[in-house]
Ligand binder design. Structure first.
Ligand code: PLP
Length: 388
């Protein structure tokens, strides 16, 4: 079998590979603390589960419109209007099975071979993978620890040229937890406003924010027409397995993205979408309680990592990841990923899983209990002390 050439350019998400390795070790009797996978350990809020079950019983088990059920598109439009402070209506919304397809579809819809796409590095690995897959030129913008895990706006501006087609932003960020400042967002908008460039603003962690208000570049003057907002239910409502996310974009692009959906998924599961309406419009107390618990865990893991010789950990303002610098241990990121898993029973990811600029870092997801986080910290400390 000879695969299409483009397949050799497609990347992957290592988190799933490390999870599989950890599960295989567990099957052999090892005890592993899971800090590798980016999903809340909480259950989906009870009111949302009930709405999903009710929808199944009510016969919401058929195909629906490719762009999503009108009632959910309207609820999303209302949510984005309120939280981003911009006028949005249902025609701007495409509902997908997760937020990830919005990355896939936006890049397929906008990027021709040779077009340049600026993307965060370290960043969510699917950006680079998909840019390469379509034959675009992946242009990394370095996410810098010394700027609280933000990029340098001047550096971003220096990367723009006539071939730049798309700029991908992600705040709050995976894998660093970095949150873009209002000044940086305005400066990027000022640079892009007059250019023929689109922005994919991945805001999937918009509600997992510990300080200040979430800001979207779509709210900057003249940017609504140039921005695709990616958001969804996976992280905010602990709904990773339901597969429900969305993009908010100019209506003509939404039609094209819906057409890509007709050609691939057909539509998103109908009962999942009904549950999504309840998630957005129903009781928010469980979603809010999750953020409070994440904040408590963030402080436990940041303080604990900073006590480990060779680790230096910034205190992130959002998402549920920390990205400690581990250069001081004298080990590579990949060595630490492998040895912490196999010999210390702690599953974490090498920073290089998020791009070349992740060398010298590890990513820990703190979507796990305080007790398990403390166990992991103790194991890392003891393991490195024994290695020294
Ligand atoms: N964007 C970022 C930055 C993410 O971290 C993730 C999930 O890990 C996604 C998008 C995709 O989310 P979903 O599970 O809703 O497809």
């Amino acid at each position: 079998m000879k695969l299409a050439t483009a397949m050799s350019r497609l990347g992957t998400e290592t988190a799933f590979e490390v999870l599989a390795k950890a599960k295989a070790l567990e099957a052999k009797g090892h005890d592993v603390v899971h800090l590798e996978i980016g999903e809340p350990d909480f259950d989906t809020p009870a009111n949302v589960i009930e709405a999903g079950i009710r929808a199944l019983r009510d016969g919401q088990t058929h195909y629906g419109p490719s762009a999503g059920l009108p009632a959910l598109r309207e609820a999303i439009a209302a949510e984005i209007s309120a939280t981003r402070g911009i006028p949005v209506d249902a025609a701007n919304v495409v509902v997908c099975p997760g937020g990830k397809p919005i990355i896939f579809f936006s890049i397929l819809a906008l990027v021709d071979p040779g077009d340049e796409v600026i993307y965060p590095n370290p960043g969510f690995p699917i950006y680079e993978s998909m840019i390469n897959y379509v034959g675009g030129k992946a242009v990394p913008i370095r996410i810098r620890e010394d700027r609280g895990f933000n990029f340098d706006v001047d550096e971003l501006l220096s990367l723009l040229n006539d071939k730049t087609k798309l700029v991908i932003l992600n705040s709050p960020a995976n894998p660093t937890g970095g949150v873009a400042s209002a000044e940086d967002i305005t400066a990027v908008a000022d640079a892009l406003r007059e250019r023929d460039v689109m922005v994919l603003s991945d805001e999937i962690y918009s509600r997992i924010l510990y300080e200040g208000e979430h800001r979207s570049i779509a709210a900057e003057a003249g940017m609504r027409e140039k921005t695709i907002i990616l958001d969804g239910f996976s992280k905010t409502y602990a709904m990773t397995g339901w597969r429900l996310g969305y993009g908010v974009m100019p209506a003509p692009l939404a039609e094209q993205v819906a057409r890509l959906q007709t050609n691939s998924n057909s539509c998103t599961a109908s009962f999942t979408q009904i549950a999504g309406i309840e998630a957005l419009t129903g009781d928010q107390s469980e979603a809010n309680a999750m953020v409070e618990e994440f904040l408590r865990r963030r402080d436990v893991i940041v303080d604990g990592l900073n006590e480990i010789p060779g680790f230096r950990c910034h205190r992130p303002k959002g998402s549920f990841y920390v990205f400690p610098n581990v250069e001081g241990t004298g080990k590579t990121s990949k060595w630490l990923e492998q040895n912490l898993l196999e010999r210390a029973g702690v599953a974490a990811l090498s920073g290089t899983a998020f791009g070349a600029e992740g060398q010298g870092y590890l990513r820990f997801s703190y979507a796990n209990s305080v007790e398990n986080i403390q166990t992991a910290l103790g194991r890392i400390r003891d393991f490195l002390a024994a290695e020294a």
